[in-house]
Design a protein around this ligand. Sequence first.
Ligand SMILES: [Mn+2]
Length: 488
Amino acid sequence: MRSLEDAPANGRGRCRLTHLACKVLEKRFPDSSNPIEEWLPSAPDWSREIPDIDILQRELTALRKRGGKVVLYGHDDMDGITGIYIGKRILEGEGYQVVPLMPRRATDDYGLLPERMDGVLLPGDLLLTVDYGCSAVRGVKWAIDLGARVVITDHHTLNYPLPPSHGMINPQRVGPPATYLAGCSVLYAALVSIFPRWNNQPELLTAIALGTVSDRVPFLGWNRYLLEEFRKIDIGELSGGMAVLAETWPARERAWTGSMVRHAVTSVVGKGEDSGIDILLDFMNDDNYKLCRRTWKRLKKNSRRRAHLLSEVFSRAIHRRDDQASAYGMNLVYLDYIPDGMGGTLASKMTRITSRGTIIVSPRNGKLVGEARSHGDWDMAGFLVSMGDVFTSAGGHRMAAGFSCEGTSWRELRELLLSKMVEYPVDPVPMPHIDLVVDELPDPAEFLCLAPFGGKFLPPAVKKGTMRYLMNIGENSVSWFITEESGD
Ligand SMILES: [Mn+2]
């Protein structure tokens, strides 16, 4: 193990790539004529690549003339809330009145809920969504019947029929690499195209980095461009909560991984009861640095308490795995009770530890709700959506999805899930990657210039003899260790 201070590639960026780092990029982008550009693209022309940004521009111009407000409806997770922060910041800065709306996870269904918008959204307003809404047929119809205008910005998988919104800014309509963007970045891309003076503002880049890492989207394409711009920000330009978030970021200017950040930042904010998710938007907008430091300390304390609770629930879940689902290579677990907001975290942990896809179901307000995480090439959103009519709502990404279901007992739902599991096509779990075959282990610091590492851009692995060595990055150290793990 060696210190990063004396690393040869202490800096990073396309000009300072080491020879070995270039070899890794050639291996990872075999079909590309320019692997370095593929890895770290230059500034994108968002409005040329992402559909309907021109529609949002027209809607905002018309709204300014008629004098309504923007109701900004977002997902109540890190991606949605950082997205609301970005939307509020830019649109208020441009003189619009903005009212943020979020569902209450403990009680609300997924989607745009008329009961949540009733009395807030008025005729002539613009309903703008972030990380949310591309399957919200009922909510969009309600808003349009009311006389509001509706533009969806989202990055979730499209399920037809789509809602009848006036605009649908979702990169899923055009395919990769645009689809790598987090929900917050889709709204950012649209708004900075319309109001270019907000391009690359440090507080917006900080919010994007947090949404991107927390939402576990691939560290590829434009996400790398955005993360690289975040690395270059001057922290001195940030104040209050945003300064605290950027300072807390482990090794921000050096080499970090998504899991380091999720541990040090995302999980401190947390989800559910006494977590920071309810206050995150206020925290990000708070200019009082001292107060924000104190709040962060309190959140850290609460997150330690939640970690204890999670390990208790986890050991209960691991004992309740369904044998038949296990035989099909999946974890299926039914729990009578899961603390608010912990289902997704629990499913992720179970997937990571058992290297299997996981579906966790529990009752809530007379319904069954499920959190699902994929492993390997299993498309979880596709799987759930293929069960169509069984669920009241279902959606998400390949890797993480959820559902709720009414009027079906657990016994019935279990049978349906099992029968679908047998027939759903699965590609095998990919082999752990190997970037280089070597005679001597190279200095791992040679590869630090490729950071950050995260989903779909994992730390380098080399093979020496019959052993596979994966690069292991800490906040102040880097080393090789022998493992078959992917490094995600
Ligand atoms: Mn998202």
